[in-house]
Design a protein around this ligand. Sequence first.
Ligand SMILES: *Cc1c(COP(=O)(O)O)cnc(C)c1O
Length: 398
Amino acid sequence: MVPLLDVNAQNHPLEAEFTEAFLRVFRSGQFIMGPEVSALEEKIAALTASKHALGVSSGTDAILLALMALGIGPGDEVLVPAYTFFATAGCVSRAGATPVFVDACPVCFNIDVSDARAKVTVRTKAIIPVHLFGQAADMDAVMALAEEHQLKVIEDGAQSIGASYKGRPCGSIGHIGTYSFFPSKNLGGFGDGGALVCQDDELAEQCRVLRVHGSKPKYFHHFVGGNFRLDPLQAAMLMVKLPHYGDYTRKRQANAAYYTERLLRTSGVVQADPAHCRCGSTQAAWLEETGARVVLPVGYGHNEHIWNQYTLRIVDEGRRDALKDFLIGRKIGCEIYYPVTMDQQRCFADTPESSRRGCDVARRLSREAISIPIYPELSESQKDEVISAIQDFLGLGV
Ligand SMILES: *Cc1c(COP(=O)(O)O)cnc(C)c1O
């Protein structure tokens, strides 16, 4: 048996330290903000090379707070990836703005900036690149587009805290970066939590005020904000994990390298080619040429990929779902990230048709992608079990 994720394998060895952290908060009697939250914020700022870091209630709230702080609302359009977790687009709607869905790169799964460019209108106010599965989006292209059209850039780094793009930490490049401590993220907490970073003093202050209902001082409300605070208990527990974070990341990277090296020895398995980044239309020919049935993920040379997920593409129609059933039969955890693209979600059916067109690569990925266990504590025999299962599946030849 190999679970998709085993939080206990990571947490139980640190039980004594977590207990101590709990007791410290318990005895302090301070359960809202205070030194535990500040201490974590300092560490997050250092980890992401950011001037300001704020602990917030979740990765989702971090995005919503970012949109509010940047003044994005009704009448505005925001470019978001079609292929990502719901929160990115959901927050745009909750802020009263219109999400405009952008196609994906078939190689790195991230936002296709050339498609984003084609979808800019006079109403476009912001773009939210997501650093999906632990790898940075093409930030040079994102920032160039933003500069050209005066767009605000919110980096959704929920899956990528500590990853980097050309040496710069994900989240520190745009106006605001957001992170999540949801238990399945690389820095997983003990419930919901998140963080937001930015480099601008005034913008950071605006985020701080909006985090507490837009009040400063208390009970004097200049803006309508929300309760977007991170619990001190959550902060204290995360502080226990932080010294181990580099080690967790190296193990994920080693697991990815292990899978890639061994799976590539299997016929029909190829690795995605960075040369095809954003070239959605030529990939069909490449797949045909290579005879690929399974495409392994790749980390670009200029990125430090932190492997929140190891996501395969299973090329033939229907085969991805067959592999999922096969793995479940072998008691191997797997997950479809993501089975329905954002442009196809029912809740966005009444956004203008023009905001939902041309997401063909994203839709294809939603039919082909499957993620396998990559968490740091996987044993070698567990990894071998996953590899054998995939090889057996391919050997079935149906
Ligand atoms: C998990 C996730 C979020 C939301 O984070 P929560 O802490 O669960 O609210 C946002 N965006 C992406 C890409 C995510 O993976």
